[in-house]
Write a new protein. Structure first.
Length: 104
């Protein structure tokens, strides 16, 4: 199943809760993008649309724990502190500012 089909399914999910408009991380340029694996790109696209680990895992055919692992790797590679920071970085094309404990 392609990522666009997964996003379409997520947008019409059974709980009646519409997620954000379809997003493709590949359309954005941001620092660290080239470090992500193809699977991390898929997870990032789902995270950016508001999918939970459970929803993303179900649609990608992997466990929610595996989604958590991919998400953690994405955060580390992009330099984000949390998911909200990650989404800000992707949409703004920026990079998270370094904190004092990250520099040391």
């Amino acid at each position: 199943m392609t990522v666009s089909k997964v996003i379409d399914k997520l947008n019409g999910n059974s709980r009646g809760r519409a997620l954000a408009a379809p997003v493709s991380a590949s359309t954005f340029e941001f620092a660290g993008k080239e470090l992500l694996t193809p699977r991390e790109h898929e997870v990032l696209e789902l995270v950016a649309t508001g999918a939970s680990n459970k929803e993303a895992g179900r649609h990608l055919g992997i466990s929610p724990r595996t989604v958590e692992t991919h998400r953690a790797h994405i955060l580390e590679k992009v330099g984000a502190r949390n998911t909200a920071d990650l989404v800000r970085i992707v949409f703004s094309g920026g990079r998270a500012p370094l904190s004092a404990d990250m520099v040391a």
